[in-house]
Design a binder for this molecule. Structure first.
Ligand SMILES: O=C(O)CCC(=O)C(=O)O
Length: 256
């Protein structure tokens, strides 16, 4: 049985150091309902209406929203949650004050695609150590594409394929641990922890929020990250996968 920690419990940091991931309970049921409304608000923002980023994938049901990012400047509630409250847990895990590096919502609506096995580190320039989390906005299960992680595998950068994902021969040798989550629970993971997820085979959304933090001592890099991302997206060639990241981990089809 996997233990879920209080987000202020220092023992959570020991589990994180040992395993490369840890579970916390961050949101009450009432807060989950509020966050779900906030996520609906963000999803409703126009595609080209501001500096936030929306990404779409092509599914068997047609084009669907698969990710939004760079939304905290435009939403006070999510800003308070991610920049202040959740940053406190990130600080506990990093064992020094943390600052938000980037944030995204992965919608994984019914029929939405999964993510190939990868480490986040190659997709996160300017600093080597990050901690991210998946805040379950809807319950996440094997059926709807919860995250799977490799335990105690967060000390080295692994060889990658030409998409920037973990090389197939290594993936086959790993033991993958599915991490189902009730809504409001959080899975924290190190940027070297290998992870992947399947598609959403259910008929309901599997929405999750993913803030990423770095040690404040290494600088506030959020603006630099989004500038770099936009630059690399503008200069990238065509791809057979919908582009949502600086690596090709997302398995969704592009909307052409
Ligand atoms: O949301 C998921 O299913 C996986 C997310 C992930 O691994 C990523 O966005 O890098």
């Amino acid at each position: 049985m996997t233990r879920t920690f209080d987000p202020r419990d220092p023992a959570a940091a020991d589990h994180f150091d040992d395993h490369g991931w840890v579970l916390t309970r961050d949101l009450t049921d009432d807060e989950v309902a509020t966050v779900r409304d906030w996520v609906d608000e963000v999803a409703g923002w126009p595609i080209d209406g501001g500096d936030w980023l929306h990404h779409q994938e092509l599914t068997d049901h047609g084009p669907q929203l698969c990710r939004s990012e760079n939304f905290v400047p435009f939403h006070a509630g999510l800003r308070a949650l991610l920049v202040e409250r959740m940053a406190a847990t990130a600080s506990l895990l990093l064992r020094e004050p943390a600052v938000l590096y980037k944030e995204k919502i992965n919608y994984k609506l019914a029929g939405g695609a999964g993510y190939s096995p990868h480490q986040d580190a190659p997709a996160y320039p300017f600093v080597e150590r990050h901690v991210s989390c998946m805040v379950a906005v809807d319950p996440a299960s094997v059926d709807n594409g919860c995250l799977e992680v490799v335990d105690r595998m967060h000390s080295e950068l692994l060889p990658t394929d030409d998409r920037g994902c973990i090389r197939g021969d290594l993936v086959a040798g790993f033991t993958w641990l599915p991490v189902p989550l009730e809504a409001g629970r959080t899975l924290w993971f190190h940027s070297l922890t290998p992870h992947r997820s399947g598609p959403n085979r259910s008929d309901r959304p599997r929405r999750a929020m993913y803030p990423t933090y770095n040690a404040a001592s290494q600088g506030d890099l959020r603006d630099a990250y989004y500038r770099e991302k936009l630059h690399r997206f503008r200069t990238a060639g065509p791809s057979d996968r919908a582009r949502v990241s600086l690596i090709g981990d997302f398995e969704g089809r592009p909307v052409v």
